[in-house]
Design a protein around this ligand. Structure first.
Ligand SMILES: Cc1cc2nc3c(=O)[nH]c(=O)nc-3n(C[C@H](O)[C@H](O)[C@H](O)COP(=O)(O)OP(=O)(O)OC[C@H]3O[C@@H](n4cnc5c(N)ncnc54)[C@H](O)[C@@H]3O)c2cc1C
Length: 425
């Protein structure tokens, strides 16, 4: 059987970038993907409603310095470069909040974010909950925003990890979708779809990678699956992953986020195209807060964003529960009558999807330093890549992209060293 220079497991943003770079460097490569599509957690769905919506990543984060922004420009994929995309409307359950109420919540979030950064920068790796005003009027809304950013409740977010993220402040949504951009970028890239890897044996002269379609032999290996998938044992490694890496996987888990998309026959919201609204019901102190993107790019969609414990809990409870939660919030804001014009609804299930088991990674308090372990080579010819591996752009597409590109370069360097050593023998 053919032996390839590098086998890449997973065709998400990291795996695609790794394979692309491997070919640029003149390496032979197998890109193995469990799903029948590429993109992983980046997936633009145009089939469900006949209009594009991103089931996963949507925003070019740190967009002014994000390498995918330049790729979008080169490929003619437009984006909306607004300075404050999340400015907006705030519903309090019985009525819309005033501008002053919105400002008060926002000031409180920004102050908590700053205190978390200060703690992290000073080396105090505590939880974000420790620096929040948990008894305040706006605590539930602030909790929601942190879960949307990190995929975990504030009590599980490390201030050290949060402070390490490189945020330029620019967040620009892609008009035709992030998944559509990756589809365009990687249209010609060879990939083995519907090929889940089950066993990886790194003991011999060549690395053996077992799939239902046969065993792949490779000189080097890049694995890009999420930390939760790696920790789940879905891929059996021989020998086992080192204890230091297993500890890092446990302490930098994949957090949770899900979306519920409602499609209407016409625009019923009375808001400008691509608006953003927050919802926190002051009538019911235990009802979790959430947010919505309204009518993105004139699509007549309302897309709920659920983060952390709420996203994971509703996902595990089932699609009907998730839809019912989001529908109730939308109904309270815009009236139940809008559902007379509903043409379709869909919910994502990133938590129960066996190929992701979550949305994006987040270090637990006291464990920010363990993220660096994920970036260390597992052996001289075995590398991890993916969003979780990125020290400063973790949890994003650009972090996955950069880590995949770098992993391919590390594999190429190893192969060159191996060739040089063989020549000397
Ligand atoms: C709801 C949501 C919203 C998000 N919003 C944004 C955003 O706006 N902007 C942003 O930058 N990021 C966002 N993200 C995060 C972003 O999507 C991820 O950080 C990024 O896509 C991760 O890419 P990756 O290549 O590291 O991992 P993945 O995309 O998970 O790729 C890994 C691939 O491995 C495959 N795989 C799993 N197991 C196996 C196996 N055994 N064999 C073979 N293949 C396997 C998976 O199917 C997957 O395709 C969001 C994510 C979610 C879920």
């Amino acid at each position: 059987m053919t032996v390839v220079d590098v086998a890449v497991v997973g065709a998400g943003a990291a795996g695609l970038a790794a394979a692309y770079r491997a070919y640029e460097l003149g390496l032979s490569c197998y890109l193995l993907e469990a799903k029948p599509r590429i993109g992983g957690r980046v997936h633009t769905d145009t089939e469900t409603f006949g209009v594009a919506w991103d089931r996963g990543a949507h925003w070019l984060h740190s967009a002014d310095i994000n390498p995918l922004t330049r790729i979008a420009e080169e490929l003619g994929h437009p984006y909306l470069a607004r300075p404050r995309p999340f400015d907006g409307n705030f519903h309090l359950g019985r009525r819309w909040g005033t501008g002053a109420e919105w400002r008060a919540y926002r000031d409180e979030f920004e102050a908590a974010y700053e205190r978390a950064h200060e703690a992290g920068d000073e080396g105090r790796d505590i939880s974000v909950a420790d620096v929040m005003d948990n008894g305040s009027r706006w605590a539930r809304m602030v909790h929601h925003i942190f879960t949307a950013i990190s995929g975990m409740p504030p009590s599980e977010i490390s201030t050290g990890d949060l402070a390490a993220y490189r945020d330029s402040g620019a967040n620009w949504p892609l008009t035709r979708g992030y998944g559509a951009l990756l589809e365009a970028r990687y249209a010609g890239l060879p990939v083995e779809l519907s090929t889940p890897v089950s066993v990886i044996d790194t003991r011999g002269a060549h690395i053996l990678i077992e799939t239902p379609r046969g065993t792949v032999r490779a000189r080097s290996l890049i694995v890009t699956v999420s930390t939760n998938v790696l920790a789940s044992g879905a891929i059996r490694f021989t020998p086992e992953l080192p204890p230091r890496l297993q500890s890092a996987l446990a302490h930098v888990p994949t957090g949770h986020a899900n979306k519920v998309a409602f499609h209407f026959r016409r625009d019923l919201f009375g808001l400008p195209e691509t608006s953003y609204v927050n919802f926190m019901d002051e009538r019911d102190p235990v009802r979790p807060a959430c947010s919505f993107q309204i009518n993105p790019f004139g699509s007549n969609l309302a897309i709920a964003y659920l983060g952390g414990d709420l996203a994971a809990g509703l996902d595990r409870a089932g699609e009907a529960e998730m839809i019912s939660f989001a529908r109730a919030a939308l109904s309270d804001m815009f009236g139940a009558d809008i559902f007379n014009e509903l043409s379709g609804v869909a919910a994502t299930r990133w938590t129960s999807d066996p190929h992701t088991l979550g949305a994006y990674s987040c270090a637990r308090p006291g464990h920010a330093h363990e993220r660096a372990v994920l970036a260390e080579p597992v052996s001289e010819r075995f590398f991890l890549a993916g969003e979780a591996v990125s020290a400063d752009w973790y949890s994003t597409v650009q972090g996955a992209h950069v880590s995949g590109t770098e992993a391919a370069e590390k594999a190429a360097a190893f192969l060159q060293r191996a060739i040089a050593a063989a020549r000397q023998r």
